[in-house]
Ligand binder design. Structure first.
Ligand code: NAD
Length: 422
């Protein structure tokens, strides 16, 4: 008889496991550690009733919080609001968080959470109520020494403020350290909102240097113009590059001469969507990936670059702002075609790195200037990039495998040192 599939067994989980398995074989990873790392240490599924603004309408909502690994310290990872989120997706994201923290040598294991909702359909009052109820459902498993949520797809600093407030109300005193990515007024860090994009662009600059591509004038395409995508675009332009296309969930815009991002931002502020932006051609999200450019930054959702389209991409490098945008089939094609990939677990690690800074500043009640945060972030990103590149060159593997060797290797060593309880 076929064994029953595990509860979290979905395509995204299978991608995270396949990446781990491939790396574990190359590294000769000890089998018991390998098998333990394939599954979450703790997986929480919650459901609760939620009252819409229209008082008599009550819906049942599903939520998740997965903690992949508690070996390295408290667990850390974002909370995602998306109608397609499921236990497998959250588990895969929690695994990637473990590797990411280990690559950056941060004292955290990986976690991730999510609510299966479309936040765009909710009023602010509804979002506040749903966030507070979700927080109270997972209140026993989060905490500054336990598990620390942060923003991700569909959530922002306001959502973090509500989580912090709900947790603090239960404890009876303010506990800012329970989340990162908070507003500055309640203990957030300068530079956190831009941190992921800043890390992406730092990796882009380092990769350009490595490949001998001038940053000045480099053509950049960004899929997803949310937190990560818009900041990456803005900082790429500040570094001298030219952003030729960006997109949101509906549509993309393309101008080979370079987009005026200030005008794009003003358009979004007025219309909420990119669609209709003058001075650019409309392009679909799938066609956008295949535009000719030097740097492609997927910064929206997972599973965008696959066996079907990898052969048609016309970029020199991919810097993964999103989590899991490229599948294994595509990795093989890209590697064969000589397209350099800076993997998500390195490229988008700037967010969790400044989250770490925020947590440290909060614990010390001593806050740093934005310049200090940014320069510490850039130093750590450059060091991690060099570290992973050195492994890639020494072991003749691609950057994803090298990053995994670094992250999984650090975790395996910590597990070996701690031993097995009891
Ligand atoms: P966000 O919600 O601020 O922005 C997401 C963007 O992607 C928006 O422009 C949205 O319109 C677009 N989008 C959503 N669904 C899409 C779809 N189906 N097709 C095309 N575009 C779509 O989210 P974010 O925080 O910028 O996160 C984006 C990605 O970066 C996610 O994969 C997230 O896990 C990853 N990430 C975020 C952070 C962070 O600090 N926010 C850190 C590391 C990784």
């Amino acid at each position: 008889m076929e064994p029953q599939p595990l509860e979290w067994d979905t395509p995204m989980y299978r991608l995270a496991v396949a990446q781990l398995d491939r790396t574990a074989r190359i590294m000769g990873l000890q089998e018991n550690i390998w098998h333990r790392l394939r599954t979450p240490q703790r997986a929480h599924v919650v459901s609760f009733p939620f009252r819409r603004d229209s008082y008599n309408v009550v819906e049942t909502v599903f939520g998740y919080r997965v903690q992949h690994l508690t070996t390295m310290g408290p667990t850390k990872g974002g909370v995602r609001y998306d109608e397609d989120v499921d236990l497998g997706e959250v588990t895969a994201l929690a695994m990637w968080m473990s590797w990411k923290c280990a690559i950056m040598a941060l004292p955290f294991g990986g976690a991730k959470g999510g609510l299966r909702i479309n936040p765009k359909e909710f009023s602010q009052a509804e979002l506040q109520r749903i966030t507070r109820r979700y927080t109270s459902e997972i209140i026993d498993v989060i905490g500054p020494d336990r598990d620390i949520p942060a923003p991700d797809l569909g959530t922002d600093e306001q959502v973090m403020a509500w989580i912090m407030d709900t947790y603090s109300q239960q404890k009876g005193f303010a506990v800012p350290g329970v989340v990162t990515g908070k507003p500055i007024e309640i203990g957030g860090s300068a530079g956190r909102r831009e941190a992921t994009g800043r890390g992406v662009v730092t990796c882009m600059i380092e990769a350009c240097r490595h490949l001998g591509i001038p940053v000045e004038g480099a053509r950049v395409v960004v899929q997803g113009y949310g937190n990560v995508g818009s900041v990456s675009a803005r900082l790429a332009v500040a570094a001298g590059a030219r952003v030729v296309a960006v997109s949101d969930v509906k549509n993309g815009i393309h101008n080979p001469r370079g987009l005026d991002l200030a005008a794009v931002d003003a358009w979004i502020a007025e219309h909420r969507v990119l669609e209709g932006f003058p001075d650019a051609e409309a392009v679909s999200n799938t066609d956008l990936l295949e535009l000719p450019c030097d740097v492609l930054v997927p910064a929206a959702i997972q599973n965008q670059i696959n066996g079907d389209n990898a052969g048609r991409l016309r970029c020199k490098m991919i810097v993964e702002g999103a989590n899991g945008p490229t599948n294994l089939e595509a990795d093989a094609v890209l590697s064969e075609r000589g397209i350099f990939v800076v993997p998500d677990i390195l490229a988008n690690a700037g967010g969790v790195t400044v989250s770490y800074f925020e947590w440290v500043q909060g614990l010390q009640h001593f806050f740093w200037s934005e310049d200090e945060v940014n320069s510490k972030l850039v130093t750590l990103m450059q060091r991690a990039f060099a570290d992973v590149l050195a492994i890639a060159e020494e072991r003749k593997v691609d950057m994803r495998t090298a990053a995994l060797i670094r992250g999984v290797g650090r975790i395996a060593e910590a597990k070996r040192r701690r031993g097995i309880f009891p």
